[in-house]
Design a protein around this ligand. Structure first.
Ligand code: UDP
Ligand code: MG
Length: 313
């Protein structure tokens, strides 16, 4: 069923290969004018046909009018998908993928932390035949806490998922049409796009890209949302934690038997065990909750309207 190789698209000449940019936007009014100012010259310099797909993920500020103004001035290249509410960065990107018509697809953030000037680098690697261009932020300009936490999370996630991705969080990435077709066939609700793409990649590559500090607006991820995102990543790509729980249960039971035989009981031990049991129940709950989400089969997102050429009234 899956269209793993689309030979037709391979036959397309390089300069005819269309590029799709997918950009999720949530309350970025202070960044959008500068983003458009820097993005267009980069895209024009490539001398290729391209489209810019902006997904408004329920912004409450004036992001939507700013995007619509841009769409009106460039009706041939800019499309705006207006969500009915806030469904999350990865879900917004998935909606962009469904709508993308290009042979090379690039995702990037709207806050200019991913410099648009890096896009040609990604495009030329896709042209060379890589189906996923992963990225690592060089000299990442985020808080010490975010950088340090990411280091630990990247290590844990690679162990747990079996992938070798060095910066899960950098969303300036490139994908081939083949990969996007496969992702478009995945119906999962909670997911993590770089990992999903890596799962299907045949010839991936990872490169360094520069990174800038957020100069306007604020990060949309507080500690709670960051933790939730990591659980999305873990539960979507690994059964390892569930298997660990079973093994841990066996070990604890064996220790209990030994201690009971020796006649040693202590308060510390009960706290320790209670902690382990609660954590394990929590992890199981994370999976169960997501199974419940999947079986409900609610739409992943709701589009209020799509603004594109001939559909702007
Ligand atoms: N974003 C989104 N929906 C969300 C959260 C974020 O569309 O619910 C967008 C946001 O506007 C930005 C990108 O995703 O374009 C990355 O978000 P942010 O800069 O807050 O993440 P950080 O750089 O702090 O990881
Ligand atoms: Mg950011």
């Amino acid at each position: 069923m899956t269209k793993l190789h689309n030979h037709e698209s391979k036959a397309v000449k390089l300069n005819e290969k269309k590029i799709s940019l997918v950009i999720p936007v949530y309350n970025e009014e202070d960044n959008l004018p500068e983003l458009f100012r820097r993005l267009l010259p980069v895209m024009e310099s490539l001398e290729r046909s391209y489209e810019i797909i902006l997904i408004n993920d329920g912004s409450k500020d004036s992001s939507l009018p700013l995007m619509l103004r841009e769409q009106k001035s460039h009706p041939q290249t800019v499309r705006v998908i207006d969500f009915n509410g806030n469904f999350g960065q990865h879900t917004a990107i998935l909606a962009g993928f469904k709508s993308a018509k290009g042979q090379s697809i690039i995702t990037l953030d709207a806050d200019l932390q991913n410099p648009p000037e890096e896009i040609p680098k990604l495009i030329s690697l896709l042209d060379e035949g890589h189906d996923v261009v992963g990225t690592v932020r060089k000299k990442r300009k985020d808080s010490f806490f975010r950088r340090y936490a990411s280091k630990i999370v990247n290590k844990i996630m690679n162990k747990v998922t079996g992938f070798s991705i060095h910066d899960y969080g950098c969303m300036l990435r490139g994908y081939s049409r083949e990969i996007i077709d496969i992702i478009n066939e995945c119906g999962e609700v909670s997911t993590f796009i770089p990992a999903l793409a890596q799962k299907f990649a045949v010839n991936p590559i990872e490169i360094e890209v520069s990174h800038s500090a957020r100069t306007a607006g604020e990060s949309k991820y507080n500690l709670f949302r960051l933790i939730r995102l990591q659980f999305d990543l873990m539960t979507a790509f690994s059964m390892f934690p569930l298997q660990m729980i079973t093994i841990l249960g066996g070990i604890i039971f064996a220790v209990g038997v030994v201690l009971a035989c020796l006649g040693i009981f202590g308060h510390a031990l009960s706290f320790l065990l209670a902690g382990i049991v609660t954590t394990c129940t929590g992890i199981t709950g994370e999976y169960t909750g997501r199974i419940y989400q999947e079986v409900r089969k609610r739409p992943r997102y709701v589009i209020r309207k799509i603004y594109e050429e001939g559909n702007n009234v």
